[in-house]
Design a protein around this ligand. Structure first.
Ligand code: PEP
Ligand code: MN
Length: 335
């Protein structure tokens, strides 16, 4: 339930009203303070609440029931865009952020070399997989703990915050110094994992599952937020369709839909969406035009010899050209 308060409501009035709501109806009250209005989001069993009784209160402007099953992720609860600050970078709220790096961390030279190059091109985050979710158990599984150490070394060298995937709650200790934890597509509905990352004070990049709807993705974000962590970044990375030309199908409409339904930052991954390196540029441009707050792009110094996802990886030179084009389009689009 959403309660919009009248302009001019004082802080003591707001506090007294919130306390009464909590006591009487046993609900949690989330307060969002905007420049124009203050919005209260009520969480819990709100069925017994009499809307007319609430409406009768002198500080109440309007009351509305939220139909959607996701509440904290809902834009109705938080009308302004959420902006997540990591290091110097700010995700959400309009500016384009580039997250770049290899699919897998392979060696110190590889990850530090790529980190330096993508930083020069304007990337503000370094990605790299240490724990890899591979379809085959015989494929490279990632350098695991050593991979995280190498990412931290690359961070020390470049200052870039790091984004890397967690696959199991038993690895949480290893992620203490990681800046942004990625929940991969295959784990989008691993609810125990979502609850655990929800207890951290660390941004979580949540990838849409291979066969999950927009609403299911928002419900997974809600799991993380309901556990206390509101720093969630949504990621559209392509979904399974009948098309076989591309690895997945980029659902570009998910970008404006996520932005409409939710206040959370939205990032697009053209690499896993397409599986083909020449498609990275057109899909990145489309994502920017559709309103994405960021792009997560696989960049490798030697794609033909990459230990994973070489076919969809672009070289640092191509990333540099792409970044230049994206930033100039961003200026044209957003001023
Ligand atoms: C990845 O980012 O390397 C990855 C495995 O992504 P996804 O979970 O989207 O497949
Ligand atoms: Mn990959």
């Amino acid at each position: 339930m959403i309660i919009v308060l009248k302009t001019g409501t004082t802080e003591p009035q707001l506090e007294a009203f919130s306390e009464r709501l909590t006591e009487k109806y046993n609900v949690q009250v989330n307060v969002w303070r905007g420049t124009q209005s203050t919005v209260l989001g009520l969480l819990g069993d709100t069925h017994t609440i009499d809307i007319e009784a609430i409406q009768a209160n002198e500080i109440v402007e309007s009351v509305k029931r939220v139909q959607e099953p996701y509440k904290k992720a809902n834009r109705a609860f938080h009308p302004n865009d959420t902006v997540i600050s990591v290091g110097g970078a700010r995700l959400g709220g309009g500016s384009l952020q580039l997250i770049a790096g290899p699919c897998s961390v392979e060696s110190a030279e590889q990850i530090i070399g790529i980190a330096k190059r993508v930083k020069q091109s304007g990337a503000t985050f370094l990605r790299g997989g240490a724990f890899k979710p591979r379809t085959s158990p015989y494929s490279f599984q990632g350098l695991r703990a050593e991979g995280i150490e190498l990412l931290l070394e690359a961070k020390k060298e470049t200052g870039l915050p790091i984004v890397t995937e967690i696959m199991s709650t038993s690895h949480l200790d290893l992620f203490e110094e990681v800046d942004v934890i990625q929940i991969g597509a295959r784990n989008m509905q691993n609810f125990e994992l979502l609850k655990e990352v929800g207890k951290l004070d660390k941004p979580v990049l949540l990838k849409r599952g291979l066969a999950n709807t927009i609403e299911e993705t928002l419900m997974s974000a809600e799991y993380i937020m309901a556990s206390g962590n509101e720093k969630v970044i949504l990621c559209e990375r392509g979904i399974r369709t009948f098309e076989t030309y591309t690895r997945n199908t980029l659902d570009i409409s998910a970008v404006p839909i996520f932005k409409k339904l939710s206040h959370l930052p939205v990032v697009v991954d053209p690499s896993h969406a397409s599986g083909i390196s020449w498609l990275i540029e057109p899909l990145s441009l489309a994502a920017l035009a559709a309103g994405a707050d960021g792009l997560i792009i696989e960049v490798h110094n030697d794609p033909p010899h990459a230990l994973s996802d070489g076919a969809q990886s672009i070289t640092p030179d191509r990333f540099d050209q792409l970044a230049k084009k994206l930033f100039s389009v961003e200026r044209a689009l957003r001023g």
